[in-house]
Design a protein around this ligand. Structure first.
Ligand code: AMP
Ligand code: MG
Length: 292
């Protein structure tokens, strides 16, 4: 302590270390996760935002390589799945962490209350249709997990039906991962007090009224039921091939830092490669030099 006083900065953790710190393992309790935690931040808010910017830039480069790899015949892709209570920051995370990537290779899919057509099919039907193509980065804003969250909380189908869905989801995800999709499942974890704060803020700003949903107050009354449903989904569907991450969400700048790390960790791990030219580069160089 004494001699280092004020002079030494802790080294920033690696993306793999950040991922490890927020991984949810079967046996973990959601209630033990501090929504205000900032323990992997490389510094104060300002320093963390700067570090996040650097990661987001790296992400854009990695994503371009993944996209190129797909064009060149590669089959790999990334699926970032976002879940969280209302106002937990799913849209903000997309804007700030995914926003710098090349839109040509990125697709954002929001899952709402199922349409009559969707309800005529198995709950995974609409999900399956939106899985990433080769080289794509797809973000799911809500997902198949709604079918064991809102559906369970409001008994939209009988328990006998939703209770089998955890295993169905695990099998589905294993198949998805086996086809080359790197799946990153994130729960943005906010406190009930923070939700109140965000709802109040939306009312204070006329440019945020469009985001305010009167129905969110009704859902808030089921807070504890949702937490229990999340606990079960996290416990039963955190698998080796598709683990869950619980990201502290009360501080937006920390949330962005963590999610950026999760994506950088995934993409560094994949190490996407630009495809080699499928033509004779030297010959083409000569041909271009000879152009009028
Ligand atoms: P938002 O994400 O704020 O646009 O809200 C979408 C709403 O659709 C949320 O209230 C979700 O709970 C709801 N929703 C999404 N998927 C389902 C589903 N499978 N069954 C019922 N409600 C759903
Ligand atoms: Mg909403």
């Amino acid at each position: 302590m004494g001699d280092n006083h004020g002079s030494r900065k802790a080294a920033a953790p690696t993306p793999a270390q950040v991922a490890d710190a927020v991984a949810f393992r079967p046996g973990d309790l959601l209630a033990d996760r501090d929504t205000r935690d900032t323990s992997t931040a490389p510094g104060d808010r300002e320093a963390t935002e700067a570090a996040t910017s650097a990661l987001v830039e790296e992400l854009a480069q990695l994503q371009e390589a993944l996209y190129a790899e797909g064009v060149g015949g590669g089959h790999r892709s990334v699926l970032l799945l976002l879940q969280g209570m209302d106002t937990s920051g799913k849209d903000g995370t997309v804007r700030r962490v995914v926003g710098a990537m090349n839109p040509a290779g990125v697709r954002i899919v929001s899952f709402k209350k199922p349409t009559p057509e969707e309800l005529q099919h198995d709950f995974l039907w609409r999900i399956d249709k939106q899985l990433p193509q080769a080289g794509e980065v797809v973000v799911f804003n809500r997902s198949q997990y709604e079918d064991v969250l809102v559906v369970r909380v409001h008994n939209l189908v009988p328990e006998a039906e939703w209770s089998t869905r955890y295993d169905t989801i695990n099998e589905f995800e294993r198949r998805v991962v086996d086809t080359g999709v790197h799946l990153v499942k994130v729960m943005l974890h906010i406190s009930k007090a923070e939700q109140k704060q965000r709802l109040a803020e939306r009312l204070e700003d006329p440019t945020k009224h469009w985001k305010y949903n009167v129905g969110d107050l009704k859902e808030r009354a089921f807070w504890d039921d949702y937490q229990a449903a999340y606990q079960d989904a996290l416990t039963r569907c955190s698998t080796t091939s598709a683990p869950w991450y619980v990201v502290p969400g009360d501080r937006k700048w920390y949330r962005d830092w963590v999610v950026a790390n999760l994506l950088v960790d995934a993409l560094r791990d994949m190490a996407p490669r630009y495809p080699a030219a499928d033509f004779d580069v030297a010959e083409q160089r000569r041909a271009v030099a000879a152009l009028e």
